[in-house]
Design a protein around this ligand. Structure first.
Ligand code: ADP
Ligand code: GN1
Ligand code: MG
Length: 366
């Protein structure tokens, strides 16, 4: 980001003091995230500046309206429960004129939130107790939004977790072979094609009336949650860009995909990738408790399929991006999306191998 652009943003928002830091921050795959640090009369103020990825989110203004409604709703819930809304819910910073974003000459939208200090997001879980707390937090998030008027939310990414539609688009991606990589990915492509039933499960269940649409987060990967550095408590659910009507099983599944996995999403040695059942159980217990009785019995039964289905979807998404020439996710090297595909494939195989045990775990919490 240029000094000139930064100067314009600072002026637009009316920040005071000396800018001490404006470095890149976090490990998100989608938006550009910058930590701004100002010093004013010995007092430091920190903010998170983000360029909303317009290739992913086509209507950033609608996205920000969703974020405003959701954060206001969550802040009320936290206050009612005696919590601290400034620390437990993201706070949008408004510009001098009341705007929720600044638009640059390239039609890129920049938004700012208050930096939440004394807490960090994690890439890997260390012990089951920690993941129980994560489960509680994501379950509670869904429960707090259970009375949110879903029809007022914009779909920031239409069909985001319509795995069935993604499967059919995937067939077209393979056919088009834009980046000339299909020949080298025959096995991975076959893996996806062999599991078409996983692609159809969630949307077919919904079409049959077996699972309800709820207001869900839709991106519950582990690093979208802040954990207090001292107490280990879950502080704040981040990354609200994809809060939309969705399925409980998806939020359950995406957290399992990342947090019950013993390796990073881009671990090159797939033999390090395991689905840890102690972690699975800890998260399941926390999530179901956090949902506070709002899940139907059948929804609870679908949670294992949520984990398997979303991990499969993620394998498909990383592979599709690799075949399209790395146009969606940020990548650090040419095979990055393929390496990610391999970890997701291994995680699917791990869940398939442990399927009976996974089912038994969920039965305990019904
Ligand atoms: P992306 O959509 O690219 O994933 P996120 O909104 O998840 O972007 O932000 C990326 C990372 O930045 C998060 O994982 C978290 O570590 C950090 N982060 C984002 N917002 C805040 C905040 N308000 N306070 C503290 N850390 C934050
Ligand atoms: C993206 O934005 P981030 O890094 O939290 C993606 C998720 C994927 C995830 C895979 C809007 O999440 O759907 O599961 O990468 N977000 C979007 O790591 O596509
Ligand atoms: Mg994120």
């Amino acid at each position: 980001m240029t000094e000139e652009k930064l100067g314009k943003i600072i002026d637009f928002y009316g920040f005071k003091g000396t800018l001490k830091n404006n470095g890149n921050y976090g490990n998100g795959h989608i938006n550009d995230t910058i930590l701004l640090e100002f010093e004013n009369d010995g007092v430091t103020s920190k903010y998170v500046l983000q360029k909303i990825n317009k290739y992913v989110f086509h209507h950033p203004d609608e996205l920000m309206q969703n974020m405003k409604g959701i954060t206001e709703h969550l802040k009320k819930k936290v206050a009612e429960a005696g919590g601290n809304p400034d620390r437990e819910v993201l706070s949008i910073v408004y510009a001098k004129g009341g705007s929720m974003f600044w638009i640059d000459e390239n039609e890129d939208y920049w938004r700012i939130t208050e930096f939440i200090s004394g807490a960090s997001s994690h890439e890997i879980v260390e012990k089951p107790e920690d993941f129980y707390i994560t489960g509680l937090a994501f379950g509670k998030f869904q429960s707090q939004l259970s009375d949110y008027p879903a029809d007022t939310l914009y779909y920031t990414i239409p069909g985001f977790h319509d795995t069935r539609a993604r499967y059919n688009n995937f067939l077209r991606t393979v056919e088009a072979d834009k980046a000339g990589r299909v020949a080298e990915c025959k096995d991975e492509i076959q893996f996806i094609l062999d599991r078409k039933d996983l692609a159809y499960y969630s949307m077919d269940s919904y079409d049959k009336g077996e699972i309800p649409l709820r207001v869900t987060h839709n991106d519950t990967k582990l690093n979208n949650l802040l954990i207090d550095d001292k107490t280990g408590e879950a502080i704040c659910v981040l990354d609200l860009d994809t809060v939309m009507p969705g399925f409980a099983m998806t939020d359950f599944g995406d957290a399992i995909r990342t947090g019950a996995c013993t390796a990073l999403e881009d671990e090159p040695d797939v033999d390090k990738v395991h689905c840890d059942l102690a972690l699975f159980e800890a998260f399941a217990k926390g999530f179901i408790e956090g949902c506070d009785g709002k899940l139907t019995d059948h929804e609870i039964e679908t949670l294992p399929m949520g984990a398997l289905g979303i991990t499969y979807e993620q394998a498909l998404r990383f592979l599709a991006d690799y075949l399209e020439g790395d146009v969606y996710y940020k990548t650090a090297y040419p095979e990055h999306n393929l390496v990610r595909t391999h970890t997701q494939i291994r995680m699917v195989e791990e869940m398939e191998a442990k399927w009976n045990q996974i089912q038994e775990i969920i039965k305990k919490y019904k």
